[in-house]
Ligand binder design. Structure first.
Ligand SMILES: [Zn+2]
Length: 295
């Protein structure tokens, strides 16, 4: 579906891991994906809430059963399985969004929050820290803020919203207020002010977020790619990487730095980095150290 969509819209055949995964998933799925296919990358038109719920539920159920089949023949780590699950739900984001909105309009806040949470996880797996991701987070927070007895959940969501907004657009509660807070109830804004002003105050360090991409094998050697995002990644000179056999440490001024454990022993001669200034994203590629071999 996705490959076809990219070919039709943009005229190229995509070989990325996500397209390859979708193709394999569809091949093995049989009829299980028919509802998912029907909702792929689109909403459902005006429907009654119960019809919308049923449709989205069937599509999610179908894709989960296709995923079980897909997993049966493969050995995946928990992390990989989780990522593939989110990838497979990504095409349902418009329909899930529609459902979450509808449930909220009907005052069903708890179910709406649940749908927003599923949407947010899928969006985060494909376009982390994008406008869409922050918007989905903000909708989830708005929904939870309206639900009775949600104080603890709201506090955790505000904390996450502050750090994601800072990672995407720069730090400080003022930035959060402009982008997210303006839509929030007063009590939620006060939670943000309290969290941002808590111990140690001073300017809030800019967070660095990271994600491993699915590792691969090249000539029998494992390689892995780590992506790190931070609004503090302005130019190559600002970002420092220390690599040791088992740990990558990334630092940039205005951040607290980030340490990431490697999935295998790193060949320190072959660590590659690339910084995208536009996306504020540092990509680090590592390969496995092999004893007694020349490369
Ligand atoms: Zn692709």
């Amino acid at each position: 579906m996705r490959r076809k969509e990219l070919l039709e819209l943009f005229g190229f055949e995509c070989d990325c891991p996500r397209c390859a995964f979708e193709l394999d998933l569809e091949r093995g799925a049989g009829e299980a994906l028919s509802k998912w296919t029907g909702l792929y990358s689109c909403g459902c038109g005006p429907l009654q809430a119960s019809q919308l719920e049923a449709l989205v539920g069937e599509a999610e159920g179908g894709v989960r059963s296709a995923l079980r089949k897909y997993r049966a023949g493969r050995s995946l780590t928990t992390g990989e399985a989780e990522e593939l699950e989110q990838w497979s739900l990504w095409p349902l984001v418009p329909a899930l969004t529609q459902l979450a909105m509808r449930l909220r309009l009907d005052g069903r806040f708890s179910e709406s929050a649940d749908a927003w949470r599923r949407t947010e996880r899928a969006v985060c797996s494909v376009v982390p820290l994008s406008n869409l991701h922050l918007r989905t987070q903000s909708e989830l927070l708005l929904t939870e803020a309206r639900r009775a007895g949600s104080a603890g959940v709201v506090e955790a969501l505000v904390d996450r919203s502050l750090s994601c907004t800072a990672a995407a657009y720069g730090g400080g509660v003022q930035v959060w207020q402009l982008l997210q807070g303006f839509r929030m109830p007063q009590a939620t804004i006060e939670v943000a002010a309290r969290l941002a002003g808590s111990p140690g105050a001073g300017p809030m360090p800019c967070p660095i977020r990271h994600q491993w991409l699915t590792p691969s094998d090249v000539d029998g050697r494992r390689t892995a790619t780590l992506r790190l995002w931070s609004a503090a990644f302005h130019c190559v000179g600002d970002v420092y990487l220390d690599a040791s056999a088992h740990l990558l440490v990334v630092k940039a001024s205005g951040t607290d730095g980030q340490s990431v454990t490697c999935p295998f022993e790193v060949d320190l001669e072959h660590v590659k980095t690339r910084l995208s200034r536009r996306r504020r994203c540092l990509t680090v590629t590592i390969s496995e150290h092999c004893y007694g071999q020349f490369h």
